[in-house]
Design a protein. Structure first.
Lengths: 306, 279
């Protein structure tokens, strides 16, 4: 089982008219991992997910779900789905929605258990149309898990959730992965990917431009963030060759730099009285920005996970 | 983890096969909730449940009754014609509007991604429309027995009721086809574009002028009406007006059934094809 992909795209290309959405895409979802798929708008994330779900067919290459065609009903009985833009019928009550989707699966949990799991049991008797947007997302999460899926596709699951609800969902996702489920997550919140993902795939212009753990991706980007209190003018610091950006925030300078050691030395020489120095490794956000701004054919294309 | 009894383990070794009983359960559940939500949507339910009985009593019973001085043949024709009118609406609008808006709101895409059994969505919608047709027929039969007095036997009432329930399917199919092609905003307009000509060319409310009668053949309502009238042994309004068999009598009951079945089959097939490809 461990070498097996639950879902995969191999050599997949897809175009919409003249627009190339995916170009020779390779993507595997492995057992018991949370895979975050990141990329700027138009990178091909939605297309990649749609192809794995069988909602579209590739122009070239193959999409497989549990080693079968995604159109095969039996393979789809192992997946749960939470889509970003879906309006469920407002007339049905929450329990009824979950109960309906449970009936699609061979061995589902009860609607009550799914609602309890997602902390939405108090909403069970409410009409879906009367819920807040955040509550609707939570109910959609219950719908995604009610079939005890081996693989969950979650498209922007925490949009519109308050902090407590987001924390709840994160902890449930971790629990699901611990139990052996795999999750494919697309998100615009990079801290979400940073907090949850075992592996991150970054797409741009229909290609995979990087793939690895969060730490591997961060280390792929040499930048560091330096902040300190100094009287040096930002224009002077910005002129140093190792410095990429400088922002002044009252007495503090926020510097991103490729070589932090060199910058700290220069700081010490130029202003011996600087205070409160902090040096951080770049976060996923910085890595993401740099990766997606780089050309796909750069050295970043290589797989760093292996 | 809290006290929640949740485990995905049960499904870990399964091959994704469903027993026949579970598949049946899935189809039934889909149908149950489809009917429930349609009944809970008052904007949909009330017009289609109330309108036929109100219009039948007003026009079919009181107005036509006073104009024909209580002619039992006219009472029979009115009952059959308004029954056809009653089952057209839920089929065409139930499908046309619901499918278009659900398609636009991503519900159909979600159902395609989820392992919803094949055809369960459409089957549930068809059964919902047939159920509405049945409710309409029950109310019309009650009104007919109370005030319409078309002089039908119980068997004839039941026969017309079942015929019109089955006869709602071609209208469902046309509505479904519109729903798979039109946007939610334009679907009601397109449905009306078919509904109104079907209704008026069906010869349901008044005898059609001779010049227009050839157009009757494009309306499924015309064929369904003919079958109903044949079953209760009454002429059509056209025939009543000229006192003889009009051109419509050239189409026999077998051909009428074939035409209705062909409309139902063709438009359903076109819609299924569209939904499978685009969603």
């Amino acid at each position: 089982m461990n070498n097996e992909s639950l879902a995969e795209l191999s050599g997949v290309s897809k175009r919409y008219g003249k627009v190339v959405a995916l170009d020779g895409m390779e993507l595997q979802v492995r057992p018991a991992e949370l895979l975050a798929v990141l990329g700027p708008n138009g990178a091909g994330k939605s297309t990649a997910i749609s192809l794995m779900l069988g909602l579209q067919t590739p122009d070239a290459g193959t999409a497989r779900l549990f080693s079968q065609s995604p159109l095969n009903l039996a393979s789809r009985r192992h997946i749960g789905v939470m889509m970003q833009e879906v309006a469920l019928p407002p007339e049905l009550r929450v329990r009824e929605h979950v109960d309906l989707v449970a009936s699609y699966y061979p061995d589902p949990m009860t609607a009550e258990d799914a609602l309890r799991l997602t902390r939405t049991l108090p909403l069970a008797a409410r009409p879906y149309g009367k819920l807040s947007n955040g509550q609707k997302r939570q109910v959609q999460f219950a719908i995604a898990v009610v079939g005890r899926p081996k693989l969950l596709f979650l498209d922007e699951p925490t949009v519109g959730l308050d902090l407590a609800a987001r924390e709840m969902m994160w902890s449930r996702l971790r629990e699901l992965v611990r139990q052996g489920a795999s999750i494919v997550l697309t998100t615009h919140y990079l801290e979400e990917a940073e907090a949850l993902a075992d592996r991150v795939v970054v797409l741009a212009k229909g290609h995979t431009i990087a793939s690895g753990t969060v730490n591997q991706l961060r280390s792929l980007v040499g930048r560091k963030r330096i902040t300190c209190e100094t009287s040096l003018p930002p224009e002077l610091v910005a002129a140093w060759p190792e410095v990429q950006t400088v922002i002044r925030d009252r007495a503090r300078l926020h510097i991103t730099a490729s070589n932090s050691d060199a910058v700290v030395k220069r700081l010490a020489m130029a202003d011996g009285n600087f205070l409160d120095l902090e040096v951080h490794r770049a976060g996923l956000a910085e890595a993401f920005t740099e990766l997606t701004q780089a050309e796909p054919q750069s050295e970043l294309t290589q797989e760093v996970a292996s | 983890m809290s006290a929640t009894t949740f485990s995905i383990e049960n499904n870990r070794t399964g091959r994704g096969e469903m027993s026949r009983a579970k598949l049946w359960h899935a189809y039934l559940t889909e149908t149950k909730y489809e009917c429930l939500r349609a009944l809970r949507a008052p904007a949909f339910a009330i017009p289609f449940l109330l309108l036929p009985i109100v219009l039948y009593v007003l026009f079919g019973v009181f107005l036509a009754g006073s104009m024909s001085h209580g002619d039992p043949t006219v009472a029979k024709i009115m009952f059959v014609n308004w029954s056809v009118f009653g089952v057209m609406g839920p089929g065409m609008f139930g499908f046309g509007m619901f499918v278009a808006s659900e398609r636009e709101q991503g519900l159909l895409t979600l159902k395609r991604a989820l392992p919803a059994p094949r055809g369960s969505y459409l089957l549930a919608k068809m059964i919902m429309a047939t159920l509405f047709a049945a409710i309409v027929m029950v109310t019309l039969v009650a009104a007919a027995a109370a005030v319409g007095r078309p002089g039908l036997t119980l068997g004839q009432y039941i026969g017309v009721g079942l015929l019109d329930m089955a006869g709602s399917l071609p209208f469902c199919a046309v509505g479904l086809f519109i729903g798979t092609r039109a946007s939610a905003k334009s679907a009601p307009a397109f449905a009306n574009l078919a509904y109104l000509p079907f209704m008026h060319l069906g010869g349901l409310f008044y005898p059609l002028p001779r010049s227009v009668q050839p157009l009757e053949f494009i309306s499924p309502a015309f064929y369904l009406d003919k079958l109903g009238l044949l079953f209760v042994g009454a002429p059509s309004l056209d025939q009543l007006a000229v006192g003889a068999a009009g051109p419509s009598s050239h189409v026999g009951p077998t051909m009428q059934v074939i035409v209705l079945a062909a409309v139902a089959f063709t438009f359903t097939a076109l819609a299924i094809r569209r939904l499978a490809r685009v969603g």
